[in-house]
Write a protein that binds this ligand. Sequence first.
Ligand SMILES: [Mg+2]
Length: 124
Amino acid sequence: MDEYNKHNDLETSISFFKNEVRNFVESRNWSSYHTPKNLVQAINCEAGELSQLLLFKDYKLEEIVNNEELLTNISEEIADVFIYLISLINALDLDLSQIFIEKMEKNKIKYSSKEFNNGIYYKK
Ligand SMILES: [Mg+2]
């Protein structure tokens, strides 16, 4: 296994993803195509491909994780969504850690654990 393939969630930084996607795009001269509009639409297209894998199926979680081909296909579409999302973050020069923290703080207030501790997923 070479250095490139040694990455895992515990040891890989967000800047690694941002640099990988930026280098991939720039080395192909695709920056002009990676406009916010195009990237949002590409995210939706890839999310649609992900959704299609489960369309009209009622898999239980165990059925998905034990189906190697399906899990591979789902993983690849997740990666496609993530890659375009990272490219959008790059195009808009956003700091993912900062926007994540800010939004999670809002979510913690909007969906307080005190109010949502009984399995209900929506506000009454
Ligand atoms: Mg795809």
